[in-house]
Design a protein around this ligand. Structure first.
Ligand code: NAD
Ligand code: LMR
Length: 329
């Protein structure tokens, strides 16, 4: 175990479903096996008692990696000095809702948290947004934190990325570890575009290997894009353990680097790459190193892909317009 100071990690919505998986994974070393973790847990006042119970369970695990836990409902206290903030706390959608239906219910949470992070987070803070609608909530938090560089904010599309890998592995009979260069473009919503034209299976182009446009359009893309709704339908509540796992995958790769020769999907601020309107938080293929991400440029975008990317980016632009009208940014 390293002797450096513990990594101070804030988790919001810590008493929720995702929190119940995420906290234990963080504390057991899934984020940084050789570094101690100090957990800073934010909840709304009525959920603090439940959160105390979760902390009792964390204590009872006697995790060697867990340096300490602080809980509370004041973001300025909980975010004080944090190196990583995982913004999970937000209302999940129910059956029949789209994630964008949550904009007005959840948007305000991210103005307050953006402002608090701006005041008290550590200079090196990285902020990952899982709470839905994740891309636009990240935009709200980023806009409300003018002193934190915009590059420090990202929204979670890693769950979609992992779902796409799993579906492609099942189709081709490959192991998930054989699949590389997967990309989710755009919004964490039903319009997202999981791209097989740049993905590889054991180094071979995935679209060429599958060679089945009908499957790609009518099965693969909708299965990945609508997986969240399928889980809500089956489980009666939204994905939690897989969302926690993806939240950790995304944070780990961001802080400690992407595997050599591969990339991951992260929703980050566009500077106009691939024709994505500037300023939107949109999912791209990225590599990371030293805690910084870089969008992979120069990938081929066919007419089919262009149409899909434009559609999901148009939805993000609409969401930005809606939160502008709500006065959130
Ligand atoms: P949940 O309802 O079980 O938990 C949410 C928690 O957030 C609750 O405990 C609630 O008290 C807390 N909360 C609400 N307002 C808060 C605030 N202002 N500050 C701190 N905490 C607050 O929900 P969940 O299943 O854990 O999901 C959380 C969010 O993550 C939802 O918006 C869900 O849609 C989203 N989600 C995103 C992805 C993704 O891939 N991006 C995947 C799954 C779920
Ligand atoms: C998911 O993708 O599972 C989450 O965003 C939850 C949802 O509303 O779909």
């Amino acid at each position: 175990m390293s002797t450096s100071a513990p990594l101070k990690v804030a988790v919001t919505g810590a008493a929720g479903q995702i929190g119940y998986s995420l906290l234990f994974r963080l504390a057991s070393g899934a984020l940084a096996a050789d570094r101690q973790i100090q957990l800073q847990l934010l909840e709304i006042e009525p959920a603090l008692k439940a959160l105390e119970g979760v902390v009792m369970e964390l204590d009872d695990c006697a995790f060697p990696n867990l340096a300490g836990v602080e809980i509370g409902s004041d973001p300025e206290k909980i975010f004080d000095g944090v190196n990583l903030a995982l913004l999970v706390g937000a209302r999940p959608r129910g059956p029949g809702m789209e994630r964008s239906d949550l904009l007005s219910a959840n948007g305000a949470i991210f103005t307050a948290q953006g402002k608090a992070l701006n005041k008290v987070a550590a200079d090196d803070v990285r902020i990952g947004v899982t709470g839905n609608p994740a891309n636009t909530n990240a935009l709200i938090a980023m806009t409300n934190a003018p002193d934190i560089p915009d590059e420090r904010f990202s929204a979670l599309t890693r769950l979609d990325h992992n779902r796409a890998i799993s579906q492609l592995a099942a189709k081709t009979g490959a192991a998930v570890t054989d699949i590389t260069h997967m990309t989710i473009w755009g919004n964490h919503s039903a319009t997202q575009y999981p791209d097989l034209f740049n993905a590889q299976v054991k180094g071979q182009n995935a679209a060429e290997l599958v060679n089945d446009q009908e499957w790609l359009e009518s099965t693969f893309i909708p299965t990945v894009a609508k997986r969240g709704a399928a889980i809500i339908e089956a489980r009666g509540s939204s994905s939690a353990a897989s969302a926690a796992s993806a939240t950790i995958d995304a944070a780990r790769d961001w802080l400690f680097g992407t595997p050599e020769g591969d990339w991951v999907s992260m929703a980050v601020k566009s500077s106009g790459e691939y024709g994505v309107a500037e300023g939107l938080i949109s999912s791209f293929p990225v590599t990371t190193s030293g805690g910084d991400w870089t969008i992979v440029e120069g990938l081929e975008v066919s007419d089919f892909s262009r149409g899909k990317i434009d559609a999901t980016v148009a939805e993000l632009a609409d969401e930005r317009k809606a939160v502008t009208e709500l006065g959130l940014i």
